[in-house]
Design a protein around this ligand. Structure first.
Ligand code: IDP
Length: 142
């Protein structure tokens, strides 16, 4: 284990926002000891999402994902803390809410929507490079 103060970009996706789960996600982030560096409620544009999900362009789930993510409001959060990138992904749980372990956000709160795996409540950056790139998309003035 190393000491590595990091920032990560967390999104409460439209399904989580509509279900009123932003507070629950923030509660878990703060309970874990991470701090909030920025917070905003926004309706993502397709341009923002194309940048955000550039690595998934061309995959079968890309278009439905962008459609879903632009369908409503999201809570965008920059969190800060020691190894918070790995730590938040552990809090979030596996991509598929049914496979996600109990105790995780997706495992406790995620619903099985059949083919709509994209509706899994939260996004969290997966590396320091992604975090820097994503924070610049959602918080250009930070
Ligand atoms: P992650 O959010 O757990 O890091 P990624 O593989 O980076 O997962 O995928 C980004 C997002 O794309 C997922 O959170 C989910 O919303 C969506 N997604 C990934 N794989 C699938 C799939 O097979 N079907 C539908 N949506 C998917």
């Amino acid at each position: 284990m190393t000491t590595q103060t990091e920032r990560s970009l967390v999104l409460v996706k439209p399904d989580g926002f509509a279900r009123g789960l932003s507070g629950e996600v923030l509660r878990r982030i703060e309970a874990k000891g991470y701090t909030l560096a920025a917070l905003a409620v926004t309706t993502p544009t397709r341009e923002q999402l194309a940048e955000h999900y550039a690595e998934h362009e061309g995959k079968p789930f890309y278009e439905p994902l962008v459609e879903f993510m632009s369908s409503g409001q999201v809570t965008a959060i920059v969190i800060e803390g020691n190894r918070c990138i790995e730590g938040f992904r552990a809090l979030a749980g596996a991509t598929d809410p049914t496979a996600a372990l109990p105790g995780t956000i997706r495992g406790d709160l995620g619903r099985d929507w059949g083919k709509k795996v994209q509706e899994n409540i939260v996004h969290g950056s997966d590396s320091p490079e992604s975090a820097a790139r994503e924070i610049a998309i959602w918080f250009p003035n930070l």
